[in-house]
Design a protein around this ligand. Structure first.
Ligand SMILES: [Zn+2]
Length: 91
């Protein structure tokens, strides 16, 4: 369902992703797999605990925004760390 890309096209697709995609934003499944792959790489960062964090690793938008958002007070922590610090719901 997706077109095969020539190497130079793939470069252009990846460049598009780097210029247009914000880390942590939703990855549209309609985008070409090459673009989705680049978005995943852009969003893959490390938590302070050393865990590798991807967009999919967050269970809710609030936690995801807390990691990727522009807020200077954001925690920068992965889902596991956030659950530990903030607690999961009413625990
Ligand atoms: Zn962590």
């Amino acid at each position: 369902m997706f077109i095969e890309l020539a190497p130079e096209q793939e470069v252009a697709f990846r460049q598009w992703a780097r210029e247009n995609y914000k880390p942590g934003a939703d990855i549209n499944s309609m985008w070409h797999p090459v673009v989705q792959d680049e978005c995943q790489q852009i969003s893959t960062k490390k938590c302070i605990c050393g865990a590798t964090v991807t967009v999919d690793s967050f269970t809710d938008d609030v936690s995801r925004k807390d990691f990727y958002g522009d807020d200077p007070h954001r925690s920068g922590m992965c889902q596991v760390c956030q659950d530990e610090i903030y607690g999961e719901g009413t625990k």
